[in-house]
Design a protein around this ligand. Structure first.
Ligand SMILES: [Zn+2]
Length: 315
């Protein structure tokens, strides 16, 4: 007999197959993804970052997310605005699993809330854990409203197939600073990673949620709806892995620069997870390992601020 998770995975695979067959936009873009160029940089001889030249992502990277631009566009995640070929698969009572028609991953999903409600994680982290468990072949991710979400006015997660992001290996190989380590839950930060990443490993959903809440509340917030963050969660060996990237900046200086200095990069979960998405060829050709490291450092919460978070959590 198949478990509930196996059943759901089978339905998701069937959805991907159906959409790639019957939806020309998706079919064209997934086909194009097979030939995108990428290159890998080894940084500080500790971890890899890949850069992907992906012209299909231009709208997302350059998305205008100010409230006026949002009001004036039709929300692309509201069911009444979905292209007629797009199908959704219900998850729990609140979400619809959709195939993302502008893929970064060979299998790339968007998990949209059924209602047009703001992108906020506080009350939805447990939903994210449920989704990760139901999709054991995927990494599920959340982009904060000012950390890469191109629909900050419509609650959604995304998911991409496992085996794609360097982060999955980095959590195993990098040095750690341990914050908590006890039966059923551990928490640590990844050291010398050019970005601020806190990892929670938990076999118990409630404990993970409680710790996530403490971290969330310990982050200093100024004029923001929530701490600036990207979140990646996956389920393996009966445990949830949660990687919290705390951010200082939405977009790096080079995003706004003119002329030679300009690079169109708007870091979100995938970039923080080790795959930089560059929709413009000029940027792909000129970017260096030095730039990648500098951008990660620039948009991440500082080391001092992270230590302050740990002091406040006080476990
Ligand atoms: Zn909407």
């Amino acid at each position: 007999m198949m478990t509930k998770e196996q059943n759901f995975s089978t339905e998701v695979e069937a959805l991907l197959t159906e959409q790639l067959k019957n939806w020309p936009l998706a079919s064209k873009n997934y086909e194009a993804l097979k030939t995108v160029r990428s290159k890998t940089f080894r940084i500080d001889n500790r971890f890899d970052c890949r850069v992907q030249f992906n012209p299909g992502r231009i709208q997302s990277s350059a998305a205008k997310v100010d409230s006026r631009s949002l009001r004036e566009r039709k929300c692309f995640l509201c069911s009444e605005n979905l292209p007629q070929e797009q199908r959704g698969l219900a998850f729990a009572s609140e979400y619809s699993v959709l195939v993302n028609p502008f893929p970064i991953f060979p299998r790339h999903l968007t998990i949209a809330n059924l209602s047009h409600v703001d992108q906020r994680i506080a009350d939805r982290y447990e939903d994210m854990l449920d989704i990760a468990k139901a999709l054991p072949d995927f990494v599920v991710f959340y982009n904060g409203p000012k950390c890469g979400a191109s629909a900050p006015d419509h609650m959604h997660f995304q998911a991409g197939n496992k085996g794609f992001l360097p982060l999955e290996r980095d959590v195993r190989s990098l040095a750690r600073r341990v914050i908590v380590s006890k039966e059923g839950i551990s928490c640590y930060s990844l050291e010398e990673y050019a970005r601020t990443c806190i990892v929670i490993e938990a076999s118990d959903k409630a404990s993970s949620a409680q710790l996530f809440r403490r971290i969330y509340q310990a982050v200093e917030v100024e004029n923001e709806e929530e701490p600036m963050l990207n979140l990646l969660v996956w389920y393996e060996a009966s445990k949830w892995m949660t990687c919290i990237f705390l951010r200082k900046l939405h977009r790096p200086k080079c995003f706004f620069a003119e002329g030679e200095e300009n690079m169109l990069i708007s870091p979100a979960s995938v970039d923080m997870g080790g795959v930089f998405i560059l929709p413009q060829e000029k940027d792909f050709n000129k970017i260096t390992a030095y730039d990648v490291k500098a951008i990660l450092e620039e948009v991440s919460l500082s080391r001092e601020a992270l230590l302050e978070v740990f002091r406040k959590i006080d476990l």
